[in-house]
Ligand binder design. Sequence first.
Ligand SMILES: CC(C)(COP(=O)(O)OP(=O)(O)OC[C@H]1O[C@@H](n2cnc3c(N)ncnc32)[C@H](O)[C@@H]1OP(=O)(O)O)[C@@H](O)C(=O)NCCC(=O)NCCS
Length: 435
Amino acid sequence: MVDNSISESTIKPTDLRGILKYVPMFREQIFVIAIDGSLVAHENFQNVLLDIAVLRSLNIHVVLVHGAGLQLRNMAETSGIEITNPHGEGATDAQTLELATEASARVTLSIMQGLSRNALRCATCNGVRSTEVGIVKGVDQLQSGKVDKLDITLFKQLLDSNTIPVAAPIAFNRDGASLRLNSDHLAAELASKLNASKLIFMTTQDGLTLHGAPLTNIPVAELETLLEAGIENIPERLLSKVQHAVKAINAGTPRAHILDGRVFGALLNEIFDKVGIGTMVYSNDYQSIRQAIPADAYSIYNITRNGVRSATLRDRSKESIEASIENFLVYEIDGSIVACVNLQTYDDGAVVEVGSVYVQPFYQNRGVGRKMVKYACVEAERRKAKRVIALTTQSSNFFIKVCEFSEGDINDLPKERKEDYTANGRNSKILYRDL
Ligand SMILES: CC(C)(COP(=O)(O)OP(=O)(O)OC[C@H]1O[C@@H](n2cnc3c(N)ncnc32)[C@H](O)[C@@H]1OP(=O)(O)O)[C@@H](O)C(=O)NCCC(=O)NCCS
């Protein structure tokens, strides 16, 4: 479970070397960070700002979107004014809009003050045009709005001049009238229209769990299935974030994260740590990869023959492939299998060996091998393995330089595999990647 107590000792330190690895990958990319109003009011918010300063120092462009639900609720309580809803998820009447405008302005100011304290340039702008939500299921949503149009040029100009745009959940419509937006919706729209590489929701909620365990990463299709199965799987206050994460990914944003911003260092840990502390939802980069079925055995046997002939792959008979077909993943293009990989489990599932990685020569150097190995690692992680190993005679640099494996020795192998390694005499290089 993601621990909510603000205890630094429970957080894995994100080491500098780990961060540096990601610097070229994220440089000049855009992260849209949506911050709940409750987090702005939380004592850890100053640390969140420091984390944002680190992102900026690595040349990552940041767009901040904020909510104001907590502040609105507090103001309503103090003033005794009844509001239609605190979180921008239903109708907004005139007095709620008035209070929400004030609450939002206060939150914007707090954020800008915090960014200024960290010497970060920021600006608000009128780059979001809203339009009325209208009537939903027979109920007039009054002054609740949705994004009508985004002035992408304006946002890009701000980002290009090293300025963090701060977007509030109140935006003007065509006639200049204010409407109240749901901040998760606004963030998702901004992420997809700005081609952001990440949409990050920061909350003051426990992270998502599945069957009692923290949900660290999930493909978008599976999250959609969970949503369809019933929203009772998802805590009420996270539902809007989950729904908008799915929308953003389906609109082209590769990754969305939901994390508990009360945890010290949550943002940097989530981005720069292999596992992270929140939930990462990812688009299906791997749609060409599937589990092999018995009918694939002959194709796998045929395509791997070349590798066996050149002694890059171990010889496997057609019968042995058939017998262990469920251990193979295949990469399919236009109905033909162009690559395969075998996943063998050791030590009660703690170690997975990625073997028989083969890409047909015509398809080599197009990123297929990298995707297969990456997917195999994701799959191993989902099976709760702690380490992935690979043994190779001629492709050690592919695993080390392209797939982030490290070179090991015989002591890095599980016992059962050690015996086989010594017996087969192939003298392969031993590579591993801890998950
Ligand atoms: C090794 C193999 C799986 C790589 O797959 P691929 O789809 O061609 O590789 P990708 O397109 O994903 O990656 C290309 C990168 O890998 C590098 N690469 C590919 N094969 C390599 C090798 N044998 N050694 C070192 N680097 C290699 C390329 O130089 C390129 O690097 P760059 O991105 O810095 O330019 C593929 O070449 C293959 O099937 N080889 C024969 C079988 C084999 O050796 N399998 C591994 C044993 S388990």
